[in-house]
Design a protein around this ligand. Structure first.
Ligand SMILES: [Zn+2]
Length: 250
């Protein structure tokens, strides 16, 4: 059962709005465009795993976009699955091409159209979340069942070369339901009661702190950099004029 619905991240909404209101010739146009396309792809990837999660038992609890505060910083988990016998942290990546994971240097190299591009290994990120979540549960004096972590690649055509690692698995999103069934078989006995589950759900919901960034500060911009006014919903032109109703000149 979905305990926390996926909502469009505030940063993505801000990027869309900024992109609409930035002059095409503005020097920040390119970095804004790049950030928008990467955040939009990330969000599409997260939405793409929803279908695969419809196959999990209704008694399992699903939290999308959960953001908690650790002792010093915040951490955000793409999708968290809480069951009576284990917890699974799912980090979603929507990346096309061929992905080579280097287990010694913790780098991920993406090959696409003859171009190699390096990323930090998402298994490091998901392992950090694992340590932070475990610490958070202990701090909250909540039960700590076995916690697993997985990186799910949501783009089905991506070719994954990932040697097994103690830092977690990298799988295609379509494999998620089967990995969850394997974990259910491995942990048949419930470690948490229905009351424990309710307690965890209400505590996670209560401590969720959605990110609300200041996008102008992020891009070192000022309010004067963006175009003001009402945007025409039909053609995108701005500003519209008020003449007993909003009128578009175009
Ligand atoms: Zn118009």
């Amino acid at each position: 059962m979905i305990q926390m619905q996926r909502v469009k991240p505030m940063k993505l909404c801000q990027l869309e709005s900024l992109h609409r209101r930035l002059d095409k010739s503005h020097p920040k146009q390119l970095p804004v465009e790049k950030a928008l396309s990467s955040h939009a792809a990330g969000y599409r990837g997260e939405q793409a795993i929803d279908y695969h999660l419809t196959f999990v038992r209704p008694s399992h609890m699903i939290f999308h976009g959960l953001r908690l505060q650790d002792s010093s910083s915040y951490f955000q988990i793409d999708t968290l699955l809480v069951t009576p016998s284990f917890i699974l942290i799912i980090e979603v990546k929507n990346i096309a091409g061929t992905l080579d994971f280097d287990p010694e240097r913790f780098q991920m190299v993406r090959h696409l159209n003859g171009v190699a591009e390096g990323f930090s290994d998402p298994r490091l990120q998901v392992t950090r979340h694992y340590l932070q979540l475990e610490r958070w549960l202990r701090y909250q004096k909540l039960p700590v069942p076995p916690i697993y972590r997985v990186v799910a690649i949501s783009f089905p055509n991506t070719i994954i070369h990932a040697p097994s690692s103690s830092f977690g698995k990298v799988i295609h999103a379509a494999q998620l339901p089967y990995d969850i069934i394997d974990l259910e078989k491995k942990h048949p006995a419930p470690l948490m009661s229905a009351a424990d589950m309710d307690n965890i759900a209400s505590r996670l919901n209560r401590h969720h702190r959605p990110l609300n960034p200041d996008i102008l500060t992020f891009f070192e911009m000022e309010p004067k950099d963006i175009k003001n006014g009402v945007i025409c919903s039909a053609c995108g032109a701005m500003p519209m004029q008020w003449q007993a109703g909003w009128k578009c000149e175009h």
